[in-house]
Design a protein around this ligand. Structure first.
Ligand SMILES: [Zn+2]
Length: 348
């Protein structure tokens, strides 16, 4: 028999709870609560995968990861598993009865929900419905759920997740078995970020800023990238303008991303010179500043981009970030000075 596993970080309480259950004793409706970004939906998906795994013989948690059912969960389109339906995102269940599938559109209607709750399993086993961050806005929606609770159809398991359980109607909340998910540790967030492809430095930073939530960590990293971009752009325009920037931007953490920002600015600058003011730009938010720059000769542009490529190679070595940034500054001003040496006297 293949080995079963359950790869979810954290969630010790819910894990311990489900480990005590069997397919006979599992309830038909659960509510996972806890802060955003601590893995409630991930846990729900893995639980669904466990319940539908063809290699599972007893118990509730764990899947082999290789059977036909598991392969559907492994694909990027997990929600296409015929016995697993997921609707995530903040959504309201409206009372509109417009014809609409489970996946289409923002709104899941009460009618859709009733239909989904009453359908038979394709494989003759269980059916699992995951409703993430759902908001039951209307009586229609609430009634659909209450009907389900009165006569739960055999083999259907409903999983709800929310970070604001207080917004659920009491009549609904009281019918659900509520399991609380706590914040993750910094090390757990770091591990999840690394596994999602973040470099070690970024994962460390995200974990430090995330306060135990992967969602918050990723948002903080995005904000940070945004502000790095602003810093680098300001540095770029100061350098091209012929003055010496007061603050640098290059650190071991920011060097790679910062050089990418510079490359996109040089490419835009080059496009403006080649195509004119209507050139499609990447840095649309800096279009005004870019158009103010003097025309860039194609040779100079290519030389700058080549120097930036060199700098990216250096960035992967032990050369200090300040040194790399200084080489870039010289490359940018060198070209600028060649181009406008008659008019510009500043050397820095
Ligand atoms: Zn399986």
């Amino acid at each position: 028999m293949s080995e079963l596993h359950f790869d979810v970080v954290g969630a010790d309480g819910p894990k311990a709870y489900f480990e005590r259950l069997t397919r006979e004793t599992i309830s038909h409706a659960y509510l996972f609560t806890g802060p955003p970004g601590v893995g409630k939906k991930t846990f729900a998906r893995r639980l669904a995968q466990s319940l539908l795994c063809e290699k599972r013989e007893s118990g509730v948690l764990g899947y082999d990861g290789t059977c036909a059912s598991c392969r559907l969960f492994a694909s990027s389109d997990a929600a296409r598993h015929p016995d697993f339906l997921e609707h995530t995102g903040v959504l309201k269940i409206g009372d509109s009865d417009a014809a609409m599938g489970f996946y289409e559109g923002e709104e899941l209607t009460a009618r859709d929900l009733v239909r989904q709750l009453s359908m038979q399993s394709y494989s003759g086993g269980l059916r699992v419905l995951l409703l993430g961050d759902i908001d039951f806005a209307t009586h229609h929606a609430a009634n659909a759920l209450l009907k389900f609770f009165e006569e739960p159809p055999r083999g259907v398991i409903l999983l709800l997740t929310t970070s604001t359980p207080g917004r659920l109607l009491v009549t609904i909340r009281s019918r659900l078995i509520e399991l609380r998910f706590s914040s993750l540790s910094q090390a757990q967030v770091r591990g999840i970020l690394r596994e999602s492809g973040y470099e070690d430095d970024r994962a460390d930073l995200g974990a430090a800023l995330g306060g135990g939530s992967v969602t918050r960590a990723i948002a903080a990293l995005a904000d940070d990238e945004e502000s790095l971009r602003g810093q680098v752009a300001q540095w770029f325009f100061t350098v091209i303008g012929g003055t010496s920037p007061e603050t640098g931007w290059a650190t071991r953490e920011t060097l790679g991303d910062g050089l990418e920002v510079l490359k996109s600015l040089v490419r835009d600058w080059m496009a403006l010179a080649a195509v004119g003011a209507d050139a499609p730009l990447i840095a649309v938010d800096y279009a005004h500043d870019l158009r103010e720059l003097p025309a860039l000769a194609a040779d100079d542009a290519l030389a700058m981009l080549a120097k930036l490529d060199d700098a990216q190679r250096l960035a992967r070595t032990n050369v200090s970030p300040q040194m790399v940034s200084e080489l870039v500054r010289m490359a940018l001003t060198g070209a600028a000075l060649t181009r406008s040496r008659e008019t510009r006297s500043s050397r820095r």
